[in-house]
Write a protein that binds this ligand. Structure first.
Ligand SMILES: Nc1ncnc2c1ncn2[C@@H]1O[C@H](COP(=O)(O)OP(=O)(O)OP(=O)(O)O)[C@@H](O)[C@H]1O
Length: 218
C-alpha cells in the first residue's frame, strides 16, 4: 500500500477553546489510484492533506508512506519527503517570479537531486508549455501558470501527489483540460493522487471518492 492513514485526530486551539477538526480518519491509497476528497467547507479536507504532506503533525494516529511512519521524521526528514516523494499542488501557484518557466518546473526536482531534463521536456510538451519555457510567470495566463505549478510538482516523479483544489482558480474548460493532463501524467508515472475538490464532476473522474463530514469519513 502506498499510503495508509489510520485513526488520525487533530485539534486546533481556538479563542473559543479546543476544536477537534479531524476525529478518527482512516484511508488507504494504492500506487496508480486516484482518490477525490470531498466534503463541505470546514469539514477538515485541507487539514488532512497538510498532515499527509508532512506540513503539520497529527495529535493521534499514524500516516505511513510505504513502510515509513512520517510521524517519526524530523523537520529535515519531512522537508526531504516534500521535495521528492510527495508532491503537493495548491490552489495558489506559488511560482518563483524571478525564475523562467523552465527553471520553475525544474526547481523542486533540482533540490531533491532528481532532475531529469528529458522528463521535464515531456512534461512541458504535454502541458502545452513548450513555447513558454523562456518566459517569466507574470507573462503567462492563470491556466498556464497552474500548468507550470503542476509540472513542477510532477518533475521529481513523486510517488504520491496531493492536490488541494488545483483547478479552483481556472474556468471550467481549462480546469477539465488541466485535470485530464494531471490524471494522464500521474497514471504514466504510477503515482497515487489524492485531490481535494468541491466539484462532483471532477470527483467523478477519479477512481474513488472519500467524503468528509465534520472531521469523519461519511
Ligand atoms: N490553524 C488553525 N487554527 C484554528 N482553526 C483552524 C486552523 N486551520 C483550520 N482551522 C479550522 O478547522 C476547520 C477545518 O478547516 P479545513 O481548512 O481543513 O477545512 P476544509 O474542509 O479544507 O474547508 P474548505 O473546503 O473551506 O477549504 C475549519 O473550521 C477551520 O476554521
Amino acid at each position: 500500500m502506498l499510503l495508509t492513514v489510520h485513526d488520525i485526530h487533530k485539534t486546533y486551539q481556538t479563542a473559543d477553546g479546543p476544536f477537534e477538526v479531524l476525529r478518527g480518519i482512516d484511508l488507504t491509497l494504492d500506487a496508480g489510484e486516484t482518490l477525490a476528497l470531498t466534503g463541505e467547507s470546514g469539514s477538515g479536507k485541507s487539514t488532512l492533506l497538510h498532515l499527509i504532506g508532512g506540513l503539520d503533525t497529527p495529535d493521534q494516529g499514524h500516516i505511513h508512506l510505504g513502510n515509513q511512519d512520517i510521524a517519526t521524521l524530523d523537520d529535515n526528514g519531512r522537508a526531504a519527503l516534500r521535495r521528492g516523494t510527495v508532491g503537493v499542488v495548491f490552489q495558489q501557484f506559488n511560482l518563483i517570479p524571478s525564475l523562467r518557466v523552465a527553471d520553475n518546473i525544474a526547481f523542486q526536482a533540482r533540490l531533491a537531486g532528481q532532475h531529469d531534463p528529458a522528463w521535464d521536456a515531456t512534461l512541458a510538451e504535454q502541458m502545452g508549455l513548450g513555447q513558454q519555457l523562456n518566459k517569466y510567470p507574470e507573462q503567462l495566463s492563470g491556466g498556464q501558470q497552474q500548468r507550470v505549478a503542476i509540472a513542477r510538482t510532477l518533475s521529481p516523479k513523486p510517488r504520491l501527489v496531493l492536490a488541494d483544489e488545483p483547478t479552483g482558480n481556472l474556468d471550467e474548460a481549462t480546469a477539465t483540460a488541466v485535470l485530464d493532463l494531471m490524471l494522464e501524467l500521474v497514471t504514466e508515472t504510477g503515482a497515487g493522487l489524492l485531490m481535494v475538490t468541491h466539484s462532483s464532476a471532477l470527483a467523478d473522474r477519479m477512481s474513488r471518492r472519500l467524503h468528509l463530514r465534520s472531521g469523519q469519513v461519511a
